[in-house]
Write a protein that binds this ligand. Sequence first.
Ligand code: 5RP
Length: 233
Amino acid sequence: MPDRPLSSAEMKRMAAVEALMHIHDGCQLGLGSGSTAEIFVEELAKKVAQGLSVRCCSTSERTAALARSHGIEVLPLESFNLLDVTVDGADEIDPRLNLIKGGGACHLREKVVASYSERLVIIADESKLVKQLGAFRIPLEVIPFSLPAVLRSVAAIRGNLACEQRLADGEAVMTDEGNLVLDADFGLISDPALLAAQLGAVPGIVEHGLFVGMAEVAYVGCQSGLRILKPQP
Ligand code: 5RP
């Protein structure tokens, strides 16, 4: 161990390197999005350069471009019957491995790709671990036409504290699918499955960032070393 605190990037890399153990020759792999997933792509690229053969589906145009720049094959989802594994980051991870995702506005494709995979492996640094989800606002991908209706419907869900459209430099954030992103604050969430069902029932929300019961394992880089987390009952 170094005699200084590890940086966030070093903890993310610790997790990303560990996730490589799920990757075998011929693997059909879902690539996540965000800074941790990008570190995983860098580590995967080293293995590909050494001769590992993988076929990947990406959860974002950005990750696809990064992977291709490293010589990693990236194909559309329709090229696969099923993916062996998806490796992705998260914004929050609770002890049951329920997640909040979508900080990078990619949670729609991330959920589609994860659900098309035999297993979802999460990689993160320790800042993402929480006892209860909800300090990070829940990202909602919304079709532009539905914006006022969704704002009204989300405000009517019990426990909603706020819901705002995500902007960057004053401009609406758009997803790779051409949709808008809202961020909904429900405070600490006592029943993620219930809230997921409520958000999933709002017409105009294409997908929300609650991932309930989807992750099989999380590798978390910590100051004290790597933690391997399985869902707690
Ligand atoms: C993108 C995501 C990311 O996985 C999440 O935001 C974590 O990102 P990072 O690894 O940069 O902390 O859900 O939509």
